[in-house]
Write a protein that binds this ligand. Structure first.
Ligand code: NAP
Length: 293
């Protein structure tokens, strides 16, 4: 029930109408019996400063920040977490008595989503498709997981090179390489890798037939394929890799755990979602997305 003491939280973005965050956060708020409510606001880039002032004026608990504001929002915050300083992007703002601190929870969401597969990462060679915002968060997470080597490929070679520099110099991954997207020896790189990550939107609904790979002959049961896409639940990349015996995972758990991490930050509590609760929330989110598997 909403009371005068209820903490108001919100997600901002442009557009915002498709965001799953209100559904997901209000489910968790209800599950953990938190005195809070979570809404969505459509905020344009030229309104970000007013928006942050509004958070202070209304004494809101904080915000989630989504595309396209994750970088620009940093112009209006008072403090930044260590990860935000490294990534130059934020998806969570916390308001404490008018002081706004920026956090980024995507790398934590990625790591927590791995579950028992986390052990695959120490010493691994990782091939990542995409060098955008999501790839940056994943690269930071990979640095924390102790991988041995990161190979990055993006349609825009320059973006791959920029992420390589960041991964080497700021995240301290010692071995980072970039390769051309249609390189002839892509299969050699696949064979040399244990983990493949799709951090592009290739294969996302409604283009579910598309994949970053045309040729799956180098995929084997040694591979762990992580697709950040969560709609469809099984992308063409995942389905074809699964046929070759690979272990696959989609991005729904990452989405969920980055949201849980935001809630922990706002409320200063170490909430945990046990498997049955996790599965219940995932099935509600899949239903909202129209995914029936
Ligand atoms: P982004 O900033 O647009 O980055 C994607 C990058 O990949 C772009 O540079 C893109 O180039 C490039 N690319 C496109 N096709 C490629 C290909 N075949 N091979 C290699 N690179 C290619 O997008 P983003 O925000 O990082 O998001 C990427 C994906 O992750 C989206 O599907 C998003 O929904 C998902 N995501 C999931 C979560 C989660 O919690 N599960 C969180 C964040 C993002 P172009 O600009 O030319 O297309």
């Amino acid at each position: 029930m909403i009371k005068t003491s209820t903490t108001l939280l919100a997600v901002i973005g442009d557009p915002i109408v498709h965001s799953l965050s209100p559904l997901m956060q209000n489910w968790m708020i209800n599950y953990f019996k938190i005195n809070a409510a979570y809404v969505a606001f459509h905020v344009k880039s030229n309104q970000l400063e007013q928006c942050v002032n509004g958070v202070k004026a209304f004494n809101m608990g904080g915000l989630n920040v989504t595309a396209p504001h994750k970088e620009q929002i940093l112009n209006f915050v008072d403090q930044k977490s260590r990860e935000v300083e490294l990534l130059h992007a934020a998806n969570t703002l916390k308001n404490e008595n008018g002081t706004i601190t920026a956090f980024v929870t995507d790398p934590f969401g990625f790591i927590e989503s791995l579950g028992k597969n986390q052990s695959r990462f120490a010493g691994a060679n990782v091939l990542m498709f995409g060098a955008g915002g999501a790839a940056k968060s994943v690269a930071y997470a990979l640095s924390q997981l102790g991988i041995d080597k990161l190979i990055i490929t993006d349609i825009f070679e320059e973006k791959a090179v920029q992420l390589k520099e960041l991964a080497k110099n700021a995240f301290k991954i010692s071995r980072v390489e970039t390769i051309k997207i249609k390189t002839n020896n892509l299969n050699d790189y696949i064979t040399d890798s244990q983990i493949l990550i799709n951090a592009t939107a290739v294969g996302m609904h409604p283009n579910a037939a598309k994949s970053v790979l045309d040729d799956y002959s180098a995929i084997s049961k040694q591979h762990y394929i992580y697709d950040l896409i969560y709609n469809p639940g099984h992308t063409a990349l995942m389905l074809n890799a699964q046929k070759k015996g690979a272990t696959v995972q989609n991005g729904l758990d990452m989405l969920l755990f980055q949201g849980l991490q935001s809630l922990r930050i706002w409320m200063n509590e170490d909430y945990e979602l046990k498997i049955p609760a996790l599965n219940e929330l995932k099935s509600i989110m899949k239903k909202e997305l129209g995914i029936y598997e």
